[in-house]
Design a protein around this ligand. Structure first.
Ligand code: GDP
Ligand code: MG
Length: 205
């Protein structure tokens, strides 16, 4: 899929104030600093679209970007950032929960994981919760340029094994580098396939 148009629409903390026009949306979530904003910039080919930062915990808002006038990319706040303190973390968690619980337009959630790390409790718990709530998701291993191909493969296999301890089936898995544009085609094609499925369903109504 070609991204011809990518525009910032609105930032807010209240899902009720998110766009209500019903276009399908694809949201990016994960720990602070995992590379959510960089991935959105890479996918859209617009460097400054989502705010990126080397300081974790900067985006505390739900940010909607309209793509090609027919779907949304959503940059969600990062979870689990320790420096923010318990109160701050709880507030972010409330925003994320409210979004996940109420957002009907949410079509697929991309859960970002840093490919360099071992499976972390906070991510595994989050993924388990998605399963319990029946939220469609995929997993994206970010920052693939930071390790060798061999190590990347090993880490992904390791992660799959740990997911298979609780899951019978694995979700779609991608790996990306926002520096090298790795994974761009794969993710955009995946989104396009789902968008086309939705359009065909709507036609059938
Ligand atoms: N080498 C490398 N650095 C990345 C990549 N993605 C993000 N980063 C860096 O990681 C830091 C956090 O990225 P950001 O997109 O702001 O993370 P967010 O908090 O999840 O939105 C920034 O310094 C980025 O430049 C990547 O694919 N490769
Ligand atoms: Mg960000």
């Amino acid at each position: 899929m070609n991204i011809k148009k990518a525009e910032f629409v609105i930032s807010n903390t209240d899902p009720a104030k998110c766009p209500q026009d019903g276009w399908p949306e694809y949201a990016f979530i994960g720990r602070s600093n995992v590379g959510k904003s960089s991935l959105i910039n890479m996918l859209t080919g617009k460097k400054g679209l989502a705010m990126t930062s080397s300081t974790p915990g900067k985006t505390q808002l739900i940010n909607h970007f309209m793509i090609n006038d027919e779907w949304y990319l959503v940059d969600l706040p990062g979870y689990g950032y320790a420096q923010r303190g318990k109160k701050g973390r709880e507030k972010i968690q409330e925003i994320i929960d409210a979004y996940l619980d109420s957002r009907e337009a949410l079509t697929c959630l991309f859960v970002l994981l840093d490919c360099r790390h071992e499976p972390q409790k906070i991510d595994l718990e989050f993924i388990t919760r998605l399963g319990e709530d029946g939220i469609p998701f995929t997993i994206v291993f970010t920052k693939a340029d930071k390790i060798s191909q061999a190590k990347l493969k090993k880490n992904i296999e390791n992660y799959k094994a740990s997911l298979l301890e609780t899951w019978e089936e694995l979700p779609p898995i991608f790996f990306t580098s926002s520096e090298r544009k790795t994974g761009k085609e794969e993710i955009l094609n995946y989104i396009e396939e789902i968008n086309q499925m939705i359009q065909n369903q709507d036609k059938g109504k």
